[in-house]
Design a protein around this ligand. Structure first.
Ligand SMILES: [Zn+2]
Length: 544
């Protein structure tokens, strides 16, 4: 019974608190090193923000431990987390690596010689001190459990305290956390143990997906056009982070659409996005799945509207100036603006959107067959709004010319954002002006943004909120259509009717797939006329 005397006891809550504190301070050493080398503490607000970080991390860890450290599995699970986290911490500290699914792949696919090269005396000593010894100590602790309901009550209370404190901190420092997170995306891969748990799950997800079969949408999809004498050119301008609220076409009080207001546009007043971030919205917009059924994993293994258009004989040109097409353009011809690096509009790292339309009329001159051109714009991508437009579009002032939004007033942030909309207005209108110069084409253009943006409403900035609780600013997007005289005539469309419908109905990203198929006269079982915005205004039914 000597052994028993060595043991001392702790309640479950205390064990969770001690574990959370240990992980926060000791096992997140690499994370703190990153924070201290990447944030300049110049003012009191930044100092408070940095000081709030260990509290927030502690609270979040306590909440997670409270959920996963259940009776019987507490000791083995926590022991395992201590050993893995201390190893990860050493690797991150020593080699400045980040833990993600690729790193997990390396671990699984590394041969034993390479692995042995990494096991140094330093690593062993570090893991022994910070992982193994605490894990052994853990086994000598007797965890005191209260009766089940008492324990449940306490656990729930701890969770409530954690969530309310997180909410208070998030509210007080939203701008700081949002900007910092957006400008330092990799930093989450330094947070132990969330990084390796997430990476492991992601790795197995990717492995499972790799075995999946790719789905065709409709092998019989084909072009069944109205009779017309000219090749069709349809331009889809895919917007980035433009929100409907800041379009003067939709009633915004500042004149952000001086060019488009002079064009004969059908502006869709109320349009909801599928997601609140590019990675969800873009695949969803092009997918046959409606927003309610959409799933990123399914979309990655299924054709989309671009495939159906290509299959029907359209020549597809996807011009990419954003952060990639999220798999949508994988099987069509693509040009990447950053790689082309046009010196007029690019700096080697990114390009302003004029890169997409440089030489646009030369492209139009060469068109002899039906063509769809997608311009994937950088639009209003934040938080560096000021990098999105050239100097002459710096119309609304003062602006916020830094990536760190917490350094700017809300007014300056909104001004800078409005300048990006002004520039987008110019880009879209320039494309229409170019199309107008080619009366021997049957041309049309649709502009649609991927998601909106928060600009300080209720102290929220940027985007990416879970859809169900996301503010409208992140979900309501601008959509505008333009049709050449040829398109109205040969597609038998009552354009005034569309303009009128657009003002009076609700739409969503679900409409894009079917509207593209309808305008481009592709016959497929996947087409639903109810979701084609042109349907109520067709003077003749689509040819069969
Ligand atoms: Zn986006």
């Amino acid at each position: 019974m000597k052994f028993e005397k060595l043991r001392f006891s702790l309640t479950r809550i205390w064990l969770i608190a001690i574990a959370a504190a240990y992980f926060t301070v000791i096992l997140n050493f690499s994370f703190w090193r990153y924070i201290l080398t990447h944030i300049e503490i110049e003012d009191f607000q930044t100092l408070l923000f940095v000081c709030s970080m260990p509290f927030l991390l502690f609270i979040l860890l306590a909440a997670i431990f409270n959920i996963i450290l259940l009776p019987y599995i507490t000791k083995p699970l926590l022991g395992l987390l201590l050993i893995i986290s201390s190893t990860a911490n050493y690797m991150m500290y020593k080699y400045s690596i980040y833990i993600d699914s690729d790193m997990i792949r390396n671990v699984f696919e590394t041969n034993s010689r390479e692995a042995f090269d990494l096991i140094t005396l330093g690593l062993l000593a570090w893991v022994l001190m910070l992982g193994i010894l605490p894990a052994i100590a853990l086994f000598f602790i007797k965890i005191e459990y209260k009766p089940f309901f008492k324990e449940l009550q306490r656990g729930t209370f701890v969770l409530l305290v954690c969530f309310s404190t997180t909410a208070v901190l998030a509210f007080a420092f939203y701008k700081d956390y949002a900007s910092f997170g957006r400008n330092n995306r990799e930093v989450r891969k330094l947070i132990n143990p969330a990084n390796h748990i997430y990476a492991l799950v992601r790795y197995f997800q990717i492995e499972a997906l790799a075995k999946r079969q790719f789905m065709r949408l409709d092998e019989n999809a084909k072009l069944v056009p109205f009779e017309d004498p000219y090749p069709t050119v349809f331009v889809l301008v895919l917007g980035e982070t433009a929100r409907a609220l800041n379009f003067s076409l939709g009633g915004y009080e500042k004149e952000t659409n001086p060019q488009l207001s002079k064009q004969d546009m059908a502006y869709f007043k109320e349009v909801f996005s599928c997601g609140t971030a590019t990675a969800v919205s873009v695949p969803c917009m092009f997918s046959h799945m409606s927003a309610s059924k959409f799933n990123n994993n399914d979309a990655a293994f299924t054709e989309n509207v671009m495939d159906l258009l290509k299959q029907s004989g359209y020549n597809i040109i996807w011009l990419e100036n954003d952060d990639g097409c999220k798999g949508v353009c994988n099987r069509v011809y693509t040009e990447n603006m950053v790689k082309t690096n046009n010196p007029k509009y690019c700096n080697g790292e990114y390009c302003i959107d004029e890169a997409l339309i440089d030489g646009f009329e030369d492209r139009l001159k060469q068109i002899t067959k039906n063509t769809v051109i997608v311009l994937h714009t950088m639009g209003s991508h934040g938080p560096t709004y000021y990098k999105r437009y050239p100097n002459k579009f710096k119309v609304f002032k003062p602006t916020c010319d830094t990536a760190d939004l917490s350094k700017c007033s809300r007014e300056a942030i909104i001004n800078t954002y409005d300048n990006t909309i002004l520039y987008t207005d110019f880009i879209i209108s320039s494309v229409i002006d170019s199309l107008k110069k080619f009366p021997e084409l049957e041309s049309g253009l649709l502009y649609l943004s991927d998601h909106g943006e928060s600009l300080g409403e209720n102290n929220i900035y940027l985007h990416g909120f879970p859809y169900k609780i996301a503010p409208t600013e992140q979900k309501e997007v601008p959509m505008a259509l333009w049709m050449s005289e040829n398109m109205k005539k040969y597609d038998h469309v009552d354009y005034e009717c569309i303009k009128n419908e657009a003002q009076n109905n609700k739409y969503s990203h679900d409409n894009l797939f079917h509207t593209m198929l309808g305008i481009l006269e592709v016959k497929t079982e996947k087409y639903d006329p109810k979701l084609d915005v042109i349907t109520p205004c067709r003077l003749r039914p689509l040819p069969q």
